[in-house]
Design a protein around this ligand. Structure first.
Ligand code: CDP
Ligand code: MG
Length: 163
């Protein structure tokens, strides 16, 4: 199924100069970039993105630390389209806990810290990227970061060979 999903290069990824490296991985897999921008994260955007759902799943403290972390500097918002894009993108991104993320994934190649270590330091696992994890989440999150006229429809030349 053709899907659209949201990726964010988090402030750590931007500040480490990994924007190009990360975008490259989605492009080379044949996934289509349909929206792209560098964004200053306002407090209300951060709260819309990391909702109360995070507190329920991961605890109130994790949400609090995430809100601080995501606002440390600009993020790159990327809208991506492809067949089963949500699952495909999550696979390229790797496990949430950097320590468990497999080499070859973005998180596995550029981070290694555990939940426990981050917690003791009073912060979050800085795992370089965010990616929507379900169809509902993707729809909701794309709506937060992109307006309709910022999502583009075009053909990639190799579509004939990939789709
Ligand atoms: O980002 P992902 O969808 O893989 O995981 P999540 O469960 O939605 O959590 C959002 C983010 O919270 C993660 O990417 C981590 O940066 C952070 N987190 C953390 O630092 N410590 C935890 N115990 C759980 C999540
Ligand atoms: Mg998530």
């Amino acid at each position: 199924m053709l899907q659209q999903t949201l990726v964010l290069v988090k402030p750590d990824g931007v500040q480490r100069g990994l924007i190009g490296e990360i975008i490259k991985r989605f492009e080379q897999r044949g996934l289509k970039i349909i929206g792209l921008k560098l964004v200053k994260v306002e407090e209300d955007t951060a709260k819309k993105h990391y909702t109360e759902d995070i507190s329920q799943r991961r605890g109130e403290k994790v949400r609090e630390n995430l809100l601080k972390f995501i606002s440390l500097g600009p993020v790159v918002a990327i809208a991506i389209e492809g067949v089963d894009a949500i699952e495909n993108v999550r696979k390229l991104v790797g496990d949430t806990e950097s320590k468990n993320a497999l080499p070859g994934t973005i998180r596995g190649d550029f981070s290694h810290v555990s939940f426990n270590y981050a917690k003791e330091k009073g912060t979050v696992v800085k795992n370089v990227v965010h990616a929507s994890s379900s169809l509902e989440e993707a729809k909701r999150e794309l709506g937060i970061w992109f307006s309709l006229d910022e999502i583009h429809d075009y053909k990639r030349v190799e579509e004939e060979h990939i789709f």
